[in-house]
Structure formats: C-alpha cells, structure tokens
Design a protein around this ligand. Structure first.
Ligand SMILES: [Zn+2]
Length: 448
C-alpha cells in the first residue's frame, strides 16, 4: 500500500477512536488508545521526514528574475517545493556546493515516436510495439537531459497519448508529457504518413474534434497549403473546446496568424508587418533551430546524405533566414523553447545546441534569457506558470541539479546530476531510475 494511503487509513481509524472517547465524557483514553495515538504520531513523523529533500549550497537560477543567485536552501516536500530560503535541514540533505539548481526544463517541441534517425517515413511504418519501445527510450533520454515537461507535437498512432499515460502511471522515468495526439495535415501534406489527414473545413473540424476526444492537450496543425477557411475551421473548433492550437508555419505563418493560432513552431523569415501581427495577437514562437544545426554538424555520423548536410550548412550561413526571429524578440513577441527532438539527427537529450544557436543568431542576447525561455516562459505558453517553471514555494517540485556552475559555463546544462519531476526522483547520479509505480497510484484507480 502506498504510504499516502496507509497514512489515510491510520488517520481514519484514529478519528474513530477520538469520537469513541468523546462519547464518554470525562473518560481517559485507554492504554490501547494511547498506544494507537503514539503509532499515528510516529507514522506521520516518519512519513513527513522521508518525503522531504533539502538542497543547500551552490547557486540557483531565479527564472522569474532571470539571474543566478546563491542557493538560499530549497525544501522539496512530496510533489511540491515547500520552502525556499533559510530552511535548516529536513529529510534527505543534498549538498549543492559548486553546483547549480534550476527549474526543470521544458522542451515544448518534440516527437517521441521518432528517435533522431533520418528516415521518418520508414520509422512511421514501424508497428505499434516498436514505436512504444522507442518512445520509452525517448522519455528516458529527455528526463536524463533535465527535461521535466515535454510537448509531443505529432507522432504515429497514439504514441503521445501512450507516453503521457505511461509517465503518469509511473511505469517509466520521464518528463510530464503534453500531446497533440496526431498532427493534422492535408492530403500529401508535411509528414502525412504519421498524421490525421483532413481536407476541407468540415473534415478539418472533425479531425480537430477527434484529437480532443482522444485527449489532446494541444492541436498541431500543419499549415502548409491549407486555405484560410480550413485553418479557421480548426482554430474555431479547438478554441470552442478550450484547446490551444500550434502550427509549423514557415511561409504559411501569415495565414496561420490570421486564422488565430496560439503558437508558431520553427519559422524565421518574418517581415515587419507579420512580426507586428504576431505581437498584436499574442502569438508565441518556438524557434527549434536544432535540426538545421545538428544535421549540419553531426549529419555524417547519423548517415545523412551529403546533399542534405550541404543544404543545412548553407541555411546556417544565411542569417536572413533567422532575422525575423530576432526582430520578433526585439518587438516583444514571447518565445518558448523546443528542439524538435526526434526529428533527423536531434536526439531527445540534445539541449545545449539549441541554446547556443539561439544566442549565436542573436534571438536572445543573454544566456539567462534562453534559460527563461526553457523554464518560466515555457510554463506560460502551456498555461502552467502558477504551477511550475520556477523555483518558488508552492510550485511543483520540477527541479534539476547540475554538476557545475551554469552561470560561468552554459555547457554545464549537459551535466545533469539529479532530476525531480513532481517531487519524484527520476534521475539520480545522471541516470534515470525506475519509478516506484506505487507512488503514482491510489486505491481509487486500482478498482475493487
Ligand atoms: Zn517537429
């Protein structure tokens, strides 16, 4: 029985005994009752102490202020950050001297059905079991890289939904997953072989309803070559049901923004008028530079064709492709962080390359801004800034301990030592550990 439930039973029994005493005014608790009260006290104390973790020393990234500060002491209590400040010691003590504590990272663009190999179409034809093995590996890689929230933007079959449930049930170590179910595209559209293909406003509307029925947290619309009417049908339907829409806009960004999407993935060459529309409408951008960068840099090792590698190198050298992102950021458009992991040559644990390239292109000027995009801004994009995204008392204990001084060297982001997701230790000494499923379940969902 999970400790939480055991405690509930003990507390329930003790309540019954208190009432029994109250029914006999003036009577003293019997020896049996006193022993019982002592057992309740002892169980409560042990439970409270065992679920606490105190992290002291080292430095801490203050995501709200966008700066590094000396770690004032952080206490994790079950699933939440109980206290930040002068904390003393409660439960397990972790000395973070020489290390950095940051909020869990948010990779808000990835594909768990893919593992970074280039043949997406071939991978998409894998049968169900192979896809599920792959997504299990992807979840482990992501959490070992310090990712505590992952937005899956399109897979094959129901991979995103399966990943979300497997993580929630504690079957595997991994970040919390948000998913779009299947992305929606027109016949022959981008990655059609893994998507829900829909043509015409009515069908697009139906495809949107289907994803929401199946449990999608977001709708991912492949805007390529859709008419404005089709795009509007999707956005109207999703918003009517309270679900946000994102799109891999590229050259179709203007249409997508006009249709009312909430977020644009990739993108880059926006003119001033479009930047103004994006800002006005409060649309988010998740740039995802990793595929171009990593294919250019590591393509050979992954067996990518030389012609693709050459094209990627040319794209990297063409600053004009990314100037729109710089203009958008300067205009005040909000940015979150995503690597497009799972797509060719982008494994789920590759975080640093995206951060470095965002700085190199000047999308962000300071390293702290990149880290904010990957933490608190990400939480804002998914509407969870009250729950996570920074190290503050009362928020979910999504916490990463890095073995080094991140303020001095951004590459320390790769030296992940420990990760807690909702307070559960998912990574210890740099390696994912198997969660205890009993910590994730209650009698209410085990059944009679
Ligand atoms: Zn993608």
């Amino acid at each position: 029985m999970p400790r939480r439930d055991r405690l509930r039973v003990v507390a329930w029994r003790a309540r019954g005994r208190r009432w029994a005493c109250a029914r006999r005014p003036g009577s003293r608790p019997s020896g049996h009752t006193r022993r019982y009260v002592w057992r309740v006290f002892r169980a409560t104390w042990r439970y409270t102490m065992s679920r606490h973790t105190t992290i002291t020393g080292g430095s801490m990234f203050d995501a709200i202020g966008g700066r590094f500060v000396p770690n004032p002491g952080i206490v994790l209590d079950g699933g939440v950050i109980a206290q930040v400040g002068d904390v003393g010691q409660r439960g397990e003590l972790i000395d973070a001297t020489g290390k950095t504590v940051i909020p869990g990272l948010m990779n808000l663009h990835g594909h768990l059905a893919w593992d970074g190999f280039s043949d997406l179409e071939g991978q998409s034809r894998h049968d169900g079991p192979m896809l599920y093995v792959k997504l299990a590996r992807g979840l482990i890689s992501a959490v070992e890289a310090g990712v505590t929230t992952f937005r899956d933007l399109g897979g094959v079959h129901d991979t995103g939904l399966v990943a979300r449930q497997a993580q929630r049930d504690g079957l595997i170590a991994g970040p919390k997953v948000l998913t779009c179910g299947r992305a929606i595209c027109r016949t022959g559209g981008h990655i059609w072989y893994g998507n829900r293909v829909a043509d015409g406003p009515d069908d697009v509307r139906k495809a949107t309803r289907e994803q929401i029925r199946d449990g999608a947290d977001w709708i991912k619309l492949m805007a390529h070559a859709y008419t404005l009417e089709e795009l509007r049908a999707c956005v109207e339907q999703a918003h009517e049901q309270g679900v946000p829409v994102t799109t891999d806009a590229g050259v179709w960004a203007a249409n997508a923004v006009e249709a009312g999407v909430d977020c644009i993935e990739h993108g880059g060459d926006y003119d001033d008028a479009l930047v103004e529309r994006i800002r006005e409408r409060g649309v988010w951008i998740v740039p995802t530079l990793s595929p171009v960068v990593l294919q250019a840099r590591n393509g050979h090792a992954w067996g990518l064709k030389q012609s693709v590698i050459d094209r990627r190198n040319a794209q990297l050298a063409d600053k004009g492709r990314h100037e729109g992102l710089v203009r958008a950021r300067k205009a005040g458009v909000r940015f979150a962080f995503g690597t497009d992991s799972g797509s060719p040559v982008v494994p789920h644990d590759a975080i640093l390359a995206e951060m470095q390239q965002l700085l190199e292109f000047g999308v962000f000027e300071r390293e702290a801004e990149v880290l904010q995009a990957a933490t608190i801004r990400g939480a804002e994009l998914i509407g969870q800034e009250e729950r996570t995204g920074s190290l503050e008392a009362g928020k979910a204990a999504d916490v990463v301990l890095l073995a080094g001084d991140l303020a001095a060297d951004l590459s320390v982001i790769e030296r992940v030592e420990r990760v807690w997701v909702d307070g559960r230790p998912m990574v210890v000494d740099g390696a994912a550990r198997r969660p205890d499923p009993r910590d994730f379940r209650t009698f209410s969902n085990v059944g009679a």
